[in-house]
Design a protein around this ligand. Sequence first.
Ligand code: PLP
Length: 386
Amino acid sequence: MIPYGRQHIEQEEIDAVSEVLQSDFITQGPKVPLFEAKVIKAVGGKFALAVNSATSALHIACLALGFGRDKLLWTSPNSFVASSNVGLLCGGNVDFVDIDPGTLNMSVTQLRKKLEQAEKASALPDIVMPVHFGGEPCDMREIHNLARQYGFAIIEDASHAIGAHYRDTRIGDCRYSDITVFSFHPVKIITTAEGGMAMTNDAGLAEKMAMLRTHGVTRDTDLFVGDADGPWSFQQLELGLNYRMTDIQAALGAIQISRLEAFIERRQVLAKQYDELLKNLPVISQIRHADNRSSLHLYVVRIDPDATDVSRKQAFAGMRSGGVGVNVHYIPIHTHPYYQKLGFGAGDFPQAENYYAQALTLPLYPDLSDEDQLKVVATLKQVLDG
Ligand SMILES: *Cc1c(COP(=O)(O)O)cnc(C)c1O
């Protein structure tokens, strides 16, 4: 079976991990700050906080921004459940903004409309979390302008988007946001097995997140309340968690980040080939804006119901039985049973639901061969011809 995504690991990664296992520190040694420095160099941004998953990074990002009870977070329904779950885990409320049917990202038009209504109802969001779906950046300049007008903070869920460029900025430089979060799960662009990172340009937020990832404690005597008891002292200043990344993971990440450009270049080549190869098939690809560089975490298509009688369900089954490990991104978050219990329902965000009904994710990863890609397209053609 050709998978839809897969990590690329070389001997260099294996050696780096082995080296840590034989060193004095396997959890909090020198590799975590090394990895953080390398990510800053690769994507910009002033501060980087490595943690054990993107979910953890999103969680401490919300907490650092003061999110909690009686606060409101808006995100995209076309995302992984973690995007909104973190708001609920903080004890706050969440809502969604429907997507643009072309880019499949949060629609700025819908966002503006919802903000106008929310202002009248005195129910403006505290945080808006755009998700760069598949690696295609959201329209951050517009969202940032709205943030200034309406006074909300921005967390970019860039779990798909390390290595992406938005206009003349790099995703991660936080030019238009307070915090940007990356995921290093193996299907994502680079991997640390499990892992994530929060980027920010704000020293105060960085300091808070640094404490929150390790129980809310600090050993920095400059931050102490009163005097230190002694050289053994640490103080708990926030209510935090254990979300630390290990040196084993960071050593893996420090090698992976050096491959970022090569990974994205190969994904670009494959995506352009898909664009060409799929031209005469009854599918519609995600729109990628010419001013941006998508990191191309995913290559998603819609099965066009006006051009074929084959349903997405049939296409999915046909591809799988043909040896192609397609997937579906995403079941709209608000349609999950947990969210239905909160009062959300089918029909709330029609563009996300409409896209989901037609969505199919084709295999895309740096080691996908041209030959296998041709097999994917040939299988899809056969399946859609009925
Ligand atoms: C993968 C993903 C997450 C969660 O990442 P983890 O590192 O697995 O916690 C969050 N949001 C989006 C959009 C994702 O794709």
